[in-house]
Each structure stands twice: as C-alpha cells, then as structure tokens.
Ligand binder design. Structure first.
Ligand code: G3H
Ligand code: 13P
Ligand code: ZN
Length: 316
C-alpha cells in the first residue's frame, strides 16, 4: 500500500526513523521489499533523477507497482530524491509519487524559499508531501559537487523561518554527513547540538538526514579483497541513528551502502567463478543479501516490527 511520507512520519516521530532506500532496478526493488517484509517495517522508496533516466522512468514505476502486488502487506511511500523544480512537477503530475523532494539548497536562502513554495503549492493541491533542504551537505548530489570546505550546517533560526514561509512537510538538514563512501576524515559524529537546536525551534516537525550510509568496513574490505580499490572510506556510526530519531529525524536516507552490497556480491561471484557469464546467479545472491541488509538497517532505525501498529493506526 502506497501512503504519504506525512502518514509515515506521524507514526514514527520521536520514536523511530523510516529507512529511505534508493532503487534503480528490479533486483534492488525485490531485495528492498523482501527485507522490509522480513523485518515487518514500513519504508520509503526513493527515486533519483539519475534512477529515472537509467532505464526509463515508466520502467521503475512498473517495477514498484508489481512489487506492491507481490508483497501486498508492504506499507511504503514513493519519493523523488533530490528533485529540481521541473522534475518535481513531472513526478507530481505522474500521479505515482506520494512525496517529492525539492532540493534548492544550493541556491540563496530567499531563492530556495521561492522555489520550494512553488513546489509545495502544486504538490499540496494533489495531496503530495514535500521535503525541502536547507544547508549544504558535502559530496555529490545528482550532478552538483560540493567541495569539503563549502558544506554548511543548517542554521536553526533559518530552519524555523524556512519551514514557516514555505509550508514544506519535512526538512533535510545538514548535520555533518555527506553523500557517498567518504564522509569523514578521522572519527567524527553527527552534530547532535545542531539537531537539538532545530528540534527546540520546530518541535514535532519531521527532519530528514541525507548521507546516512554507514559504509561498513567489512563490506569495503571484501570488495577490495575481490579486486576493488576503495580507499579511505568512512560512514555514519549506526549507533547514532536512533538518538537522531529521538531528536526528530524521521527519515534516514541510505543509498551508498546498497551499492556496496551489490559490488561485493558481484566482485566475489565473478572472482570465484571466472568462467561464469550468466548474470542471474549473482543477481539472486544480491537480492538475498540486500534483503538481509535492509532488515538489519530497519532494526537499527527502530522501524522493524512497526508495520502492524502502523497499519492499525491508518485504519487499514
Ligand atoms: O543523494 C543521491 C543519491 O545517493 C542518489 O544517487 O543521483 O546517483 O542516483 P544518484
Ligand atoms: P548515502 O550516500 O550516504 O547513502 O546517502 C544517500 C542519500 O542521501 C540519498 O538522498
Ligand atoms: Zn541525499
């Protein structure tokens, strides 16, 4: 069943976070739905602009529709990840997305407000929720790269003003993470101080944490042992997911970790079976491994085991 992110956030706020996982193909969709069902967790499927262009945007929508039939007990939202204004309108008009993210965080404060307001107006007219972003994460977002020194944490006072003036439904805040596999130099933690200040100004308002992959060391070691060359990688400490959730983070975005699972499975498979050229055997292993990964993350996010209670609260 497709629901809005607003419905998911209402149930989760202050208690646990919903995992928001990016998908690009059928194998990821199968693993995601299977992992969510195994852990009895609601979830958010995220589709980026790059994912929509990978095969064809209609292909991904059809895959998700089919997955919903294969797993009729699943409760999830379909969300556009890091949309520009035009892509938001395209997704709002598609009638398939239950929420969109307008990412105008690289624009000036006033311009970000102006663009976000326009998207909120169009989305709300169709019952669709809007995530906006304020502050700048490091790393690569779609085709925009933010150099380390230019990443800026979200200003709590600006966050309050931004939310009031735009009417957005959730806000992605920069609290020290970045996209990709190379998040921190040395040992760093999330900026819980900033999060606390934002929560104090907008109590009850759902916050979003991008760049939340944990980049597991054993995963990277296995990739490198099978011929990969990933050096100096680092990710978010998974023990910080739940404390962040208690401070109002209701959506935690994880994409890179799934790519690492894919890379490990395929590198090891073809290393061990150099004569193999059927892609289905490793694809099947990936689905199982990705499902296990999703279930393990849902446990850490606190969303595991919430499905029945959520269903009852939705009256379904
Ligand atoms: O934040 C970006 C997400 O990881 C999606 O990545 O634009 O390469 O699909 P992508
Ligand atoms: P990661 O690169 O840490 O997986 O972040 C994904 C993300 O924020 C998608 O919007
Ligand atoms: Zn992101």
């Amino acid at each position: 069943m497709i629901v809005t992110t607003a419905q998911l956030f209402k149930h989760a706020y202050g208690k646990y976070a919903i995992g928001a996982y990016n998908i690009n193909n059928a194998e990821q969709a199968m693993g995601l739905f299977k992992g969510a069902m195994d852990s009895k967790a609601p979830f958010i499927i995220q589709i980026s602009k790059g994912a929509r262009n990978y095969t064809d945007k209609r292909m991904l929508e059809a895959i998700i529709r089919s997955a919903a039939e294969i797993f009729p007990d699943a409760i999830f939202a379909v969300h556009l990840d890091h949309g520009d204004e035009q892509t938001c309108y395209d997704c709002i008009d598609s009638g398939f997305f239950s929420s969109v993210m307008i990412d105008a965080s690289h624009d000036e404060f006033e311009k970000n407000i102006e663009i976000t307001k326009r998207v909120v107006e169009k989305a709300h007219a169709k019952g669709i929720s809007v995530e906006a972003e304020l502050g700048m994460l490091g790393g690569v977002e779609e085709d925009i790269k933010v150099e380390d020194g230019h990443a800026t944490l979200t200003d709590p006072a600006e966050a309050e003003e931004f939310i009031k003036r735009t009417g957005c439904d959730s806000l992605a805040c920069a609290i020290g993470t970045s996209h990709g596999a190379f998040k921190f130099k040395g040992k760093q933690s999330l900026h819980f101080d900033v999060l606390e200040k934002i929560k104090a100004r907008v109590p009850g308002f759902p916050l979003v944490m991008h760049g939340s992959s944990s980049v597991p060391k054993d995963e990277v070691d296995r990739i490198n042992a099978a011929g990969g060359k990933i050096a100096d990688s680092s990710g978010v400490n998974v023990e910080e997911y739940l404390p962040a959730a208690k401070l109002g983070v209701t959506k935690i975005n994880i994409d890179t970790d799934g790519r690492l699972v894919w890379t490990r499975v395929h590198r090891e498979f073809f290393r061990d079976k150099p004569g193999e050229f059927d892609f289905r055997p490793p694809g099947k292993i990936f689905i199982v491994e990705y499902a296990k990964f999703i279930a393990s993350r849902n446990v850490l996010l606190g969303s595991a085991g919430q499905l029945d209670d959520l269903r009852a609260s939705l009256g379904k």
